[in-house]
Design a protein around this ligand. Structure first.
Ligand code: C5P
Length: 242
């Protein structure tokens, strides 16, 4: 890793909740426990930009606006310009459409907002590629790497990928290009009706070179979310030292 971070700062908690009351409860509980709160579509569509202010009122943690913007370049560019003023550290755009969209990241290059490209969702499995029109022999990890390289060349700060692709992307894109990994399932976590497919543990993700990991349900749905977050931070810490 290029930047040295505390173990806590490498944990992003996905605030996938219905409304600001539930968000406020979890932000207060985890305010100093995680490095970043991720606001996704569910919460942002319900509460709008005010939710970022609420998080800032209760926690010094960074904010990740996971809107996965996917539209024509002019629209994505406009959305990034609007997001620049909201005080988030990270925002996501889709990489499916190639360089034209990825290059919209240049729109906010002079601000503190870092644009991350979503490569392939962690809910997608290699076996589904054929149905999406890819050749049977195509490897998902190669597609992720191709999108990562395009994102890097287009000026994005990093990508979102699964644990399975971390090492390959780090090796080709280098330390300064951020690799952020969702689909994290600690060995002790039990998620009912899990939709994630390419999953890994905090230890494996950190050891493979992830800069930051995204954890939602294993913390949110734990009997004690604070304790769950602490366990993940210690796992990050123990893995980083090895
Ligand atoms: O609950 P869970 O740990 O699966 O949450 C993962 C979070 O990461 C969700 O908020 C999801 O939207 C997000 N995410 C993902 N896969 C991606 C990009 C983002 O799961 N490729």
């Amino acid at each position: 890793m290029a930047i040295s971070l505390d173990s806590k700062d490498r944990l992003i908690f996905a605030l996938d909740v219905q409304d600001k009351n539930e968000a406020q409860r979890l932000v207060k509980l985890l305010q100093n426990r995680v490095g970043c709160f991720k606001v996704g579509l569910e919460l942002f569509v319900k509460e709008g930009p005010e939710i970022l202010k609420l998080i800032k009122d209760y926690s010094p943690a960074d904010i990740f606006l996971d809107l996965k913007l996917h539209d024509i370049p002019a629209t994505v560019r406009g959305a990034l310009k609007s997001a620049e003023k909201l005080g988030a550290k990270y925002i996501t755009i889709h990489s499916t459409e190639g360089e034209a969209i990825l290059e919209t990241s240049k729109e906010v290059k002079d601000s503190s907002l870092e644009v991350l490209a979503v490569t392939f969702l962690t809910s997608l499995h290699q076996s589904q590629l054929c149905k999406l029109g890819f050749e049977q022999t195509t490897k998902l990890s190669d597609l992720v790497l191709d999108r990562a390289l395009k994102a890097q060349q287009s000026g994005c700060a990093g990508i979102i990928c699964s644990g399975e692709e971390i090492a390959k992307v780090k090796q080709k894109c280098g330390d300064d290009f951020k690799v952020i990994v969702p689909g994290i399932r600690p060995e002790w976590s039990k998620i009912s009706a899990d939709d994630q497919s390419r999953i890994t543990t905090p230890r494996k993700a950190i050891q493979a070179g992830a800069d930051l990991i995204v954890v939602g349900r294993p913390i949110r749905d734990a009997n004690n979310p604070d304790e769950a977050a602490q366990k993940i931070v210690s796992e990050i810490s123990n893995s980083a030292r090895q």
